[in-house]
Design a protein around this ligand. Structure first.
Ligand SMILES: Nc1ncnc2c1ncn2[C@@H]1O[C@H](COP(=O)(O)OP(=O)(O)OP(=O)(O)O)[C@@H](O)[C@H]1O
Length: 517
């Protein structure tokens, strides 16, 4: 085994080879070889770079600066840690003269890179090398490189909520280090997610015996309690404990002393009807003057799952058993309403429950297989959501400068769905459904993400996820997927989602057999 600081040259080459081959086993082997040569300290850089993610998030350098030609170095000398240090420095630049300073730093970096490395860096900085499916292959590559069983690595990643920390531990301390990644109160795990079904009949048909639960349009919350200590996490694992004192108070009232529960926080009005998503989200998002915000828009937790109780890890138990634990800890008014359906013969019960749930002002239902374990961090096939208004989560690829009343604002959004090869395919455009506040917000946000501006269209790093309502699909030769959205309109921005969470062309086409060739 050869160790040493990993060269960018090596990473750039492997990245290109991985992208160029479609054989999964070959991708895995390439990554395994790379990981064998990596040191634990390289990992927090190597993995995001391979996936096309910048650990710094944003570095504020536009296309104009990036595309300026710089004479390449003849020989590779940059290490991945050099590059990371330089990008960290770039990300910190602010204040007057920062544009020029950033341009200087980019010039220096590019000048130290060979032609091949320059191409890689350009792709990375513009967000063009994003490889969505990479993390899954990286798990297999890591397993191969370290001799750990792939299933164990996957479970550790799921519990750690981060591939990087598992990779670091594996490379530093070998397979035995996976023991560290146990479900622990106080350490959040990625929540289980749902797929869509177009009707309750379809959901029940697919799942068989299932629980049909109301789907509350609030904010996902994971509640950890250890004695008197409570911590609250969002679906992206942000700690929001300080913002929601009433949820902490509710958790302290529950019967158990040590637990991890999964649920939704939502605000109800005096009549007991759910307030809009925007109101709940605004409340959960506000960090200052929590007391005033809590008086104006009080929120309540409504639980639907139990991950750990009294030090017992429940993840692998069937839902029925996890729910029994939940019911033992949480009184009925603080649990989501549900009905249990024995199978397709009983679909009427499920349909009536959906109708009644919609009447009470909720957005739909989630059907859950009774025998399924909790698959943290996955869009498991055992949870199926059914909503009458179907929406898509798409990635903003670009935006056009507005006209008339919208002059000076970025208005018409170019929308992309994920493709099977990890890329993004444009599905259409929309300037509908935006409030003035949204226009202002998106203009600001998209300018930060801009990589090119031709005076008409501003191309952005594909990072912003937006929820789109639409009336159907139609065939179109103008768009790469061969289809476009009819009457697309913005519902809201989904800052809780990453581009990796956006919908795929594949699932969209599957949901619309009417346009399939
Ligand atoms: N009873 C419930 N069971 C599971 N999730 C629920 C329930 N009620 C509300 N939810 C919310 O619905 C989400 C599940 O849908 P999904 O996994 O597709 O995420 P999503 O894309 O955020 O959902 P959507 O965009 O449809 O609101 C959960 O993350 C949770 O926030």
């Amino acid at each position: 085994m050869h160790h040493g600081c990993m060269l960018l040259h090596r990473l750039a080459r492997v990245s290109q080879e991985v992208a160029a081959t479609s054989a999964r086993s070959r991708k895995t082997a390439l990554l395994a070889e790379l990981f064998r040569d990596a040191e634990a300290d390289d990992v927090p850089i190597v993995i995001p770079y391979l996936a096309g993610r910048l650990p710094q998030g944003r570095i504020g350098v536009g296309w104009k600066v990036l595309s300026r030609p710089v004479a390449p170095a003849a020989e590779p000398s940059l290490t991945v840690r050099d590059v990371d240090a330089r990008l960290a420095e770039l990300a910190k630049v602010s204040g007057p003269g920062s544009q020029a300073e950033r341009a200087r730093l980019v010039g220096e970096l590019m000048g130290a890179a060979t032609e091949e490395e320059q191409r890689f860096l350009l792709g990375l900085l513009t967000g063009e090398v994003r490889q969505g499916a990479l993390d899954a292959v990286a798990v297999e590559g890591l397993a191969q490189a370290t001799g750990a069983p792939a299933a164990d690595v996957r479970r550790a990643v799921m519990l750690a909520g981060s591939l990087q920390s598992v990779a670091e531990a594996l490379l530093a301390d070998g397979p035995a280090s996976l023991d560290r990644f146990r479900l622990t109160v106080g350490r959040p795990v990625l929540p289980m997610l749902a797929h869509s079904a177009s009707s309750v009949a379809e959901a029940v048909d697919k799942l068989g015996a299932c629980a049909v639960e109301e789907k509350l349009d609030g904010i996902r919350v994971q509640v950890h309690r250890d004695g008197d200590t409570v911590r609250l996490y969002t679906r992206t694992l942000d700690d929001i404990t300080d913002r929601l004192p009433e949820v902490t108070a509710a958790a302290l009232e529950l019967r158990g002393e040590r637990f991890i529960l999964d649920g939704e926080v939502i605000s109800f009005d005096e009549a007991g009807r759910p307030r809009s998503f925007q109101e709940t989200a605004g409340r959960v998002g506000s960090r200052t003057d929590v007391a005033t915000a809590a008086r104006a828009v009080p929120v309540s937790p409504v639980f639907f799952d139990a991950l750990s109780v009294d030090g017992r890890d429940l993840l692998d138990l069937p839902f029925t058993e996890r729910h029994a634990e939940l019911a033992r800890l949480v009184p009925e008014p603080m649990r989501v309403r549900r009905t249990v359906v024995s199978g397709p013969d009983d679909v009427r019960t499920a349909e009536e429950f959906l109708t009644e749930t919609l009447k009470r002002g909720h957005e739909g239902v989630v059907a859950k297989a009774l025998d399924a374990p909790y698959s943290a961090g996955r869009r498991g096939a055992s949870w199926l959501k059914v909503k009458p208004v179907h929406t898509l989560d798409l990635v903003v690829l670009a935006a056009e400068w507005g006209h008339g009343r919208r002059t000076g604002k970025l208005s018409n959004l170019h929308l992309g769905a994920r493709t099977a090869d990890g890329g993004l395919a444009m599905l259409g455009k929309t300037f509908k459904g935006m409030t003035d506040a949204m226009l202002t917000w998106q203009t600001e946000r998209l300018r930060q993400l801009a990589v090119a501006d031709n005076g008409f269209v501003v191309t952005v790093r594909p990072e912003l996820v937006v929820e789109i309502a639409y009336d159907g699909l139609q065939r179109s030769t103008r768009y790469p997927a061969g289809v476009t959205l009819r009457f697309a309109r913005v519902v809201r921005y989904r800052e809780d989602k990453r581009p990796e969470d956006a919908d795929t062309v594949e699932t969209l086409l599957a949901a619309h057999p009417e346009v399939s060739p």
